[in-house]
Write a protein that binds this ligand. Structure first.
Ligand SMILES: CC(C)(COP(=O)(O)OP(=O)(O)OC[C@H]1O[C@@H](n2cnc3c(N)ncnc32)[C@H](O)[C@@H]1OP(=O)(O)O)[C@@H](O)C(=O)NCCC(=O)NCCS
Length: 284
């Protein structure tokens, strides 16, 4: 049922709908076609979220956002309060989703699968010392290295074990970085995120714009309970990104990482699903 709805919505929106008309359509859709009880129209940033409760199971909810449909495990106890996710994600489910890593669009960006054709764009930044200064990997020595890396990534996607998106700048059709999940902790329903932006495109809010969508995917689609991000001492730009998305600073593991010949202190920031929902799903 949900799958069918997704198809109908995507085609319909592409051809006929936008803005207020879309809102009206969703209301009618929830009430008449889907035979559900429409609950709320909520706002996420400047864009709309639409939530409807399934008539068959009051505690099951579907969240529509633009062209995407999220199946959620969130319960709506009343019109404004969400409980914790009821469904723990399973490794197999996550693998399945990332085998066909979805394309996610933001206002300026397209998050999509990394491709071997991204080689030149990726090498442009991956060769730079200043990009990898606070990362675990070293600068790529040449384009062949980047190409081999992207070929390897293809096999990881195929196995459903790579959780990073390429960030494409829509206006230039150029890959300007990456963003996604670095690890999943399946036992505790949490994940860690990471991101890199080509220095030529920094300071324009691209990393937070991409990360917000990744977190949205994590909380709404994967039912994560917690998302964390870590940064090495001195990486102030990365910390700013975490602050912008409402991640809370949790502390520093002093000299806990030996990387590139030296001990580095690693800081952690995190956000919980409840906090994320409260921050971004402001119900009217
Ligand atoms: C961290 C990073 C992804 C931020 O990306 P971004 O798209 O520039 O993010 P923002 O535009 O929100 O800028 C974040 C902060 O970077 C700093 N910044 C701004 N312009 C910058 C520039 N031209 N060069 C370097 N840093 C800049 C600012 O402090 C900014 O915060 P502000 O907007 O409050 O002033 C990017 O700096 C990067 O790729 N760094 C190297 C890889 C890395 O460290 N990744 C994180 C691992 S934990």
């Amino acid at each position: 049922m949900n799958f069918n709805i997704k198809i109908i919505l995507s085609d319909f929106i592409k051809k006929f709908l936008s803005g207020a008309l879309f809102s009206l359509f969703i209301r009618c859709f929830c009430n008449k076609i889907h035979k559900t009880r429409f609950v709320q129209v909520a706002h996420f940033s400047s864009e709309n979220f639409y939530i409807c409760a399934s008539c068959t199971n009051f505690f099951k909810f579907t969240v529509f956002r633009e062209k995407r449909l999220y199946k959620t495990g969130f319960r709506l106890y009343n019109s404004v309060k969400f409980s914790k996710p009821v469904v723990f994600m399973k490794k197999e489910t996550v693998k399945k989703k990332f085998k066909k890593i979805p394309i996610i669009e933001t206002e300026r960006l397209r998050l999509r699968r990394m491709r071997v054709e991204d080689c030149a764009d990726m090498f442009e930044y991956s060769k730079r010392q200043d990009v990898t200064e606070f990362l675990l990997w070293s600068p790529h020595p040449n384009k062949t290295h980047t190409k081999k890396y992207l070929e390897y990534i293809k096999t990881r996607y195929d196995d459903g074990e790579f959780y990073d998106w390429a960030i494409e700048l829509k206006s230039e059709s150029k890959m300007i970085g990456t963003c996604g999940f670095t690890t999943f902790d399946f036992n505790n329903n949490s994940a860690e995120v990471g991101y890199v932006i080509n220095p030529a495109y920094r300071g324009k809010g691209y990393a937070p714009e991409a990360l917000l969508e990744v977190m949205m995917f994590g909380f709404l689609e994967l039912n994560l309970h917690r998302i964390e991000a870590r940064y090495m001492d001195g990486n102030d730009a990365s910390r700013k990104v975490m602050d912008k998305l409402g991640m809370k600073y949790e502390g520093c593991a002093r000299s806990s990482l030996f990387v590139k010949g030296q001990y580095r202190s690693v800081n952690t920031c995190a956000i919980l699903s409840d906090e994320f929902i409260k921050r971004y799903l402001k119900v009217e």
